[in-house]
Design a protein around this ligand. Structure first.
Ligand code: ATP
Ligand code: LTN
Length: 329
């Protein structure tokens, strides 16, 4: 029998969720909830590390809630909540900022270096401190596993380091979490530049397929996606990363194995492959969007309120122990 674990993960409402978010993160969450205690958050305080329009942010929080539900996350089995409605997250982030995290840790984070680029002095302190808030999210719930895409592994490692340092100083308060990364699809790449990951905040909308994209538009994006030189269909991420990425998307959304796809497309060219992939994506999006449309804003709000109550209860107990351990109570 599988051991029941506590699972925590989250997505920030910083753009329209893409098939990368779905394949790398959300699709494994729905599978995990059957036999684990799962907590899934819409991490809005992570989104404001870069500027957001308040009206759009509010809309996205509800849309992501609906996306979680449409992807099969069941609020009777899992806790679904909005990070900013549970104040313990920011409170613990502050404590961990002071006790357990060093400047050198954060300076090493590749996401920060990528996002800040050569403007490190001009980005918000929040963008720099972001991994500490993420560590707080994870550690508050005694989380054992954190299902994320490849890009977030480093942040989970940091949460582990922070937890160990804190425990060394104050006793066994935190459970040491572990990242869980899919074998295939942990890093879906941009459709316009296969050396970059597909990201919802990318400037070019052709680089990603959003879960709520118009279906005809999504098909066009697949047809236009860059391919490598060569004409046959073969899986070789090092030599032919663009094609390997399209095969990964095909396998994940079409429920097929990559070796099987390679066999089926032997002797066929990119044109036919892309046309079929466009249909697979269209079918997936069509089914997904049908489910999405059946969920009202009021349903989403009710789910968030129910989740907030459960999360608040768990975190209140945890925060009392943490405050007592460090001597502020
Ligand atoms: P942003 O562009 O705003 O940085 P993002 O699209 O990278 O956002 P996040 O909110 O940072 O998305 O990530 C949510 C989850 O989706 C994380 O677990 C992350 O690892 C996963 N994820 C994001 N992009 C991809 C991708 N291209 N392939 C696989 N997983 C991904
Ligand atoms: N930093 C993550 C989002 C995130 C998260 C978390 C993921 C915030 N808190 C806790 C897992 C667990 C990201 O950018 N994808």
């Amino acid at each position: 029998m599988k051991q029941v674990k506590t699972i925590f993960s989250g997505i920030k409402p910083s753009g329209d969720l893409t098939i990368g978010n779905y394949i790398g993160a959300i699709s494994q969450w729905a599978e995990m909830q059957a036999y684990n205690n799962c907590i899934f958050s819409i991490v809005d305080y992570h989104a404001i590390t870069v500027k957001q329009d308040p009206t759009i942010l509010r809309r996205r929080i509800l849309d992501i809630t609906k996306i979680y539900l449409a992807a099969g996350i069941d609020p009777q089995k899992s806790i679904i909540f909005q990070q900013s409605t549970v104040p313990a997250h920011t409170e613990l982030a502050w404590i961990l900022n002071c006790l357990g995290t060093y400047m050198a840790d954060l300076k090493k984070m590749t996401q920060f270096k990528d996002k800040a680029g050569d403007r490190q002095d001009a980005v918000s302190v929040g963008l720099f401190d972001y991994p500490v808030l993420m560590a707080a999210d994870i550690l508050l719930y005694d989380t054992q596993s954190v299902p994320v895409g490849e890009d977030q592994k480093q942040h989970v490692e940091l949460a582990r380091d922070i937890a160990k340092r804190f425990n060394n100083e104050y006793g066994p308060i935190f459970v040491i979490p572990e990242a869980v990364v899919r074998k295939e699809g942990a890093r879906v790449m941009s459709l316009t530049d296969p050396s970059k990951k597909m990201a919802k905040s990318d400037d070019s909308a052709n680089s990603y397929i959003a879960l709520l994209d118009d279906i005809e538009l999504a098909k066009k994006k697949i047809i236009k996606a860059v391919t490598d030189s060569g004409t046959d269909i073969d899986y070789d991420p090092a030599e032919r990363p663009a094609l390997a990425n399209l095969l990964t998307i095909y396998a994940a959304l079409g429920n097929r194995q990559i070796p099987r796809l390679v066999k089926d497309y032997a002797g066929k060219g990119y044109g036919e492959f892309k046309k079929d992939l466009a249909e697979v994506v269209a079918k997936f999006l069509g089914d997904f969007q049908d489910k999405f449309k059946q969920i009202s804003d009021a349903d989403a709000q009710a789910v968030l309120e129910q989740g907030r109550e459960k999360a608040a209860e768990i975190t209140q107990v945890k925060m009392e122990k943490i405050r007592a351990a460090i001597g502020v109570r």
